[in-house]
Design a protein around this ligand. Sequence first.
Ligand code: FPP
Length: 250
Amino acid sequence: MLKARQAKTIANTGNRGKPFGLAHVAIIMDGNRRWADLKGLPRLLGHKEGVKTLKELVRYVGSNGLQYLTVYAFSSENWNRTAQEVSYLMELFAAVVAEELEELNDSGVRLRFFGQLSTMPGNLQESFRNATERTKHNEGLSLSVAINYGSRLEITEAIRSIGQDVAEGNLSLDKIDETVVSAHLYTKDIPDPDLIIRTGGEMRLSNYLLWQAAYAELYVTPVLWPDFSCGEFEKAMVNYAARDRRYGGD
Ligand code: FPP
């Protein structure tokens, strides 16, 4: 018999078809600039190469029936990079959405963007809204892009919003539980990740999905993101398959 807490956590991770034995993979795509440095290329070209990796991976996991893929494209801390790099990334995001939307839509991908989107450049907000609206009825891979995202800010906003519900008399204090908190996060419509992959070797979560990662398995590889091929993804799946997920139980 599953304990109530365990059953609830499993329910929260989704339970439809799982081609790789899991429903949701979240990725920290790190190492683009180091990849360019190693090749003797301008550093920012590493991001362009990173987009190619993402495109191939989306095609691969989408055609294999993965349900949810979430990628960390820009953290709220990334604004501290040089103005040149920030504007390069903003232009890259706009170009990728414009160039890829038709193919993603045709292959049944449902796109979502989450983070503090209201402070992003207006053209990007518009293109994210359009892509989200355009693909919202698709039933293939659900691809979420965390952009201008930071977990602490997400949780802070959730607390504020729950506080407002309480203050307005729409929620009583004793009704606040984990389900209520989850329902106030950007990720309210998607299950918690089963596996978080980080490329580039750093052993940290960097303010990514801190609440949602409570029971996620972690896989860190030294492979730099532009080199993270479908074969590398498969290695992560094999590694995950050998894990024993106990959700804090025996
Ligand atoms: C981290 O590598 C990567 C980023 C900050 C940007 C990732 C963005 C993409 C791959 C483009 C995705 C596009 C869309 C539309 C989803 P880094 O710069 O921190 O590399 P380093 O660790 O070598 O410095």
